[in-house]
Ligand binder design. Structure first.
Ligand code: DLL
Length: 366
């Protein structure tokens, strides 16, 4: 099954004959929402996989969970909320945005667990630093958007924490489909007792462990809208559990890219996460960046960073080495790249006509 099946049966054609207690979904970047009906049993499963995810990150009944994922149709806010309550921790339901108030809560209540998107973790970390408030977190559980090891390093340094990755999608349950734990060696434990995972190639054949493939999930316990072999579009590798670990679940890597995010520029395949890895390896570059896929004439890739002009050449060289492609790097002033306070960061835009999406990009070469 694919997202197209959900759209074809929108809004509730795939709903099972079960009492539904809530509906969640995603707004959908293509403008078409995806809606997911949850039975009471589904919410129970969700709370339990999220409690497990938070527990694996070191949260306990004594924890105060600063939850800055958006509350609403989006599954981030309420997913963490259900899980933290199930664990017996205390949850602070801040939702996204209103950063000044979030800084105030950190100063006054000293929460120890931070849950939000990785881009918001940086935003909040910078705001804390600016206002002279010492961060109180020991661990953070970040997801809902792609992020790299480079970004992990930056967040860990900025906030003085362990930064763990959490993965999920509304169609399957929301956050909690898979989550890194303190002992999972950089990979995410898949909640396989509820969500059977496969990784497949472009022809739908299974790929061996360690080879990147598209993640496919089958829900084993859901009753509101069970899904069979649902293709996520997310590319990752799979691996067995850590040898001799008490955890018996299969693991997945960080998401390496999306099937439809793969850019093909003059015949070269590029995942935006590869670009991020190059950018964040350079300490002079701020974590706010934008990739612009220029499809006006001859396809070009622009990479807009906030940094001094002197890094431009170094980055161009490093990108050429890693991608085998010459990108047009633009170094701009701090604050030029749009920030997201709520929702997911927008790292990639397509430019097909008209004005450039950010200042500093030149008109097409004739
Ligand atoms: O983003 C659920 C979620 C909320 C996950 C909070 C983690 C934390 P959707 O809005 O339906 O659900 O978007 C799902 O987001 O198919 C991936 O492409 C992307 N995604 C989610 N988590 C990660 C992650 C939530 N850790 C889509 N790394 C998925 C990379 C992620 N991409």
């Amino acid at each position: 099954m694919t997202k197209q099946d959900l759209w074809d049966h929108y809004p509730d054609g795939l709903r099972a004959d079960e009492p539904i207690v809530c509906i969640h979904g995603s707004s959908g970047t293509g403008g078409r929402p995806t809606l997911v009906p949850y039975s009471a049993h589904d919410v129970d499963v969700w709370a339990s996989v999220m409690a497990r995810a938070l527990g694996g990150a070191g949260a306990t009944r004594g924890s105060l969970v600063h939850n800055a994922y958006g509350y609403g149709l989006f599954t981030g806010g309420l997913g963490v909320h259900h899980g933290a309550m199930r664990l017996g921790a205390t949850v602070l339901p801040l939702s996204g945005g209103m950063t000044e108030r979030q800084v105030r809560m950190v100063a006054d209540l000293r929460p120890d667990v931070l849950c939000c998107t990785p881009s918001y973790a940086i935003h909040l970390g910078e705001a804390l630093r600016r206002s002279g408030v010492q961060a109180s977190f020991t661990v953070g559980v970040f997801g809902a958007e792609p992020w790299t090891e480079g970004m992990r390093g930056q967040i860990e340094e900025l906030l003085g924490i362990r930064a763990l990755d959490i993965y999920g999608l509304s169609e399957i349950i929301g956050p909690g489909v898979a989550c890194e734990s303190l002992d999972s060696e950089g990979m995410l434990n898949v909640a396989e007792d509820h969500f059977l995972v496969e990784a497949i190639d472009g022809e739908g054949r299974p790929v061996p462990d360690g080879t990147p493939g598209e993640l496919v999930f089958t829900t084993l316990t859901k009753t509101g809208m069970p899904l069979l072999r649902y293709r996520t579009g997310d590319i990752a590798t799979l691996a067995p559990p850590v040898p001799d670990s008490p955890r018996t679940l299969r693991r997945m890597s960080k998401v390496l890219g999306r099937r439809d995010d793969m850019l093909v520029i003059r015949g070269v395949n590029v995942f935006p996460t590869e670009i991020e890895a190059v950018l964040l390896a350079d300490e002079r570059v701020s974590p706010h960046y934008l990739i612009v896929e220029d499809r006006r004439a001859r396809p070009e890739l622009w990479v807009v960073v906030e940094a001094d002009e002197e890094v431009r050449e170094d980055l161009t060289k490093a990108l050429r080495q890693r991608l085998g492609l010459t990108c047009r790097v633009v170094a701009t002033r701090e604050g030029t790249v749009p920030r997201t306070e709520t929702g997911k960061a927008r790292r990639l835009v397509r430019w097909t006509e008209g004005e450039p999406p950010v200042p500093g990009l030149t008109p097409p070469a004739s």
